[in-house]
Design a protein around this ligand. Structure first.
Ligand SMILES: [Zn+2]
Length: 164
């Protein structure tokens, strides 16, 4: 698999799911069918799991278990620092497993869709041309990574091993 292997992504269906469906993090934690994710890390207050539609192979989402909507003010100072400690820990494991050119960290979402705080930990593979890096690499408008289920399972296993 090369970094350029991308497949088209149904953005309309995704937007409907994000805006009209239940909170995807809370639904995952509640074990709701159709919201399963590959869990790679868990502590008392946080979970990390593979993005189901990763724009880059092995993209991980790190979220608080509590339904917090504001990425900074939604946390106490201590809670924010613990959240970031979980993000750092996951990002270091991602660096070890995927040996990327760069790890991107970002928190997006909106009150209109995917409001539950989650940090994206996205590994830019080595060799991606400069003009296809950064936002280009992260936009589902350019398709999502065509990662086989076998490769996804391998990445998840490696991440879990390092995060255990
Ligand atoms: Zn939630």
């Amino acid at each position: 698999m090369s970094f350029l292997d991308r497949r088209l992504f149904d953005l309309e269906a995704y937007e409907a799911r994000a805006r009209l469906g239940p909170c995807f993090v809370c639904a995952f934690l509640a074990g709701e069918p159709d919201y399963e994710h590959e869990l790679v890390y868990e502590d008392a207050d946080h979970v990390a799991f593979l993005d189901r539609w990763p724009t880059l192979p092995g993209k991980v989402l790190v979220a608080p278990k509590a339904h917090v909507e504001d990425v900074v003010s939604g946390f106490s100072e201590d809670g924010y620092l613990r959240m970031m400690r979980a993000v750092r820990r996951v990002a270091l494991a991602v660096e070890e497993v995927l040996a990327p050119e760069r790890v991107y960290l970002l928190s997006l979402g909106s009150r209109l869709g995917n409001p539950h705080v989650h940090w994206h930990v996205a590994a830019l593979p080595p060799g991606v041309p400069y003009e296809q890096q950064q936002f280009h690499a992260l936009m589902a408008e350019h398709g999502v990574a065509d990662v086989t289920p076998t490769e996804t399972a391998r990445i998840a296993t490696e991440l879990r091993r390092r995060l255990a």
